[in-house]
Write a protein that binds this ligand. Structure first.
Ligand code: FE
Ligand code: FE
Ligand code: ZN
Length: 274
């Protein structure tokens, strides 16, 4: 397994690799642009190249970039939807600076138009964004099923994967989200991964977000807690880091921590590895 956390992208890629190394991480996540806005940073090819060299030298696993929360590919307003689709396309183009990594995003919220319509819009935007064939695999994040979120059920993600029909789309499983959505990874991790395999196929599972949850099972809330301090508990994470089906995947912490807290969680998770 590769372990890391969300890092600030404001000082560039090389800075993120160095920060990751300083906290014992061998992967990391970063927002491709302001997480709650749409502005992206100026590109710096020299920085990206230096980062790429360091990533190889220090044997990092794949990185898991994160699209902005505001990018809703299935929003109701056609102009806003077209804008979100453009943001996705531009994000994938930018990911080409660091080839071979993952780009994860929240599928979207259908805001009352219905799940089916949401899935249609999301799939259309993805087909268009994947057309130029940039060297990046796009990951749909499993969601908590809050409000009108698409992606709270494995079946919904499967429908998007089918409609896009590209091997360059996979899934990122967020442990807080799936538990809040009603997949009991605390009492039956094997059963949930078995269901994932039956519905989507485990070959499509490319990354994990490791978060404990502040809320009980099936709460549909999506509030992350530090590892071991929420309703999932340390034993669940011990089972996850040692599960044979999850070996070799990048696992990203999105817990409420600053860097020292992340370093401690990374060390604690590595200590659980058998
Ligand atoms: Fe996310
Ligand atoms: Fe997440
Ligand atoms: Zn979340």
């Amino acid at each position: 397994m590769y372990l890391g956390c969300h890092l600030s992208a404001s000082a560039g890629f090389t800075n993120m690799v160095e920060t990751a190394l300083s906290i014992g991480a061998d992967t990391f996540a970063f927002f491709t642009r302001n997480p709650r806005g749409s502005r992206a940073k100026e590109e710096n090819p020299k920085d990206a190249q230096r980062a790429q060299e360091l990533l190889e030298q220090r044997h990092f696993g794949p990185l898991v970039a994160h699209g902005a929360y505001t990018m809703n590919l299935c929003t109701a307003d056609p102009e806003a939807r077209a804008f979100a689709a453009d943001v996705l396309l531009d994000d994938l183009r930018r990911m080409a600076a660091l080839p071979g990594n993952f780009y994860n995003f929240h599928p979207g919220s259908h805001v009352g138009q219905g799940t089916e319509q949401g899935i249609d819009y999301i799939s259309a935007a993805l087909r268009r964004a994947l057309e130029p064939d940039y060297p990046v695999t796009v990951l749909l994040e499993t969601m908590a099923g809050k409000g009108s979120e698409v992606g709270g059920r494995f079946e919904e993600l499967k429908l998007i994967l089918e409609a896009v029909g590209s091997s360059k789309v996979g899934v990122c499983l967020d442990t807080c989200h799936v538990y809040d959505a009603g997949y009991d990874i605390v009492n039956d991790l094997d059963g949930v991964l078995g269901e994932f395999d039956r519905v989507i196929g485990l070959d499509r599972l490319k990354a994990l977000h490791l978060n404990d949850s502040k809320n009980p099972f099936q709460s549909h809330k999506d509030r992350h807690e530090c590892i071991g301090k929420g309703s999932l508990g340390m034993e669940t994470f011990e089972a996850i880091v040692n599960h044979p089906a999850l070996q070799g995947l990048p696992m990203i912490l999105e817990t409420p921590n600053e860097l020292p807290g992340y370093a401690a969680e990374i060390a604690a998770l590595r200590a659980l590895e058998k």
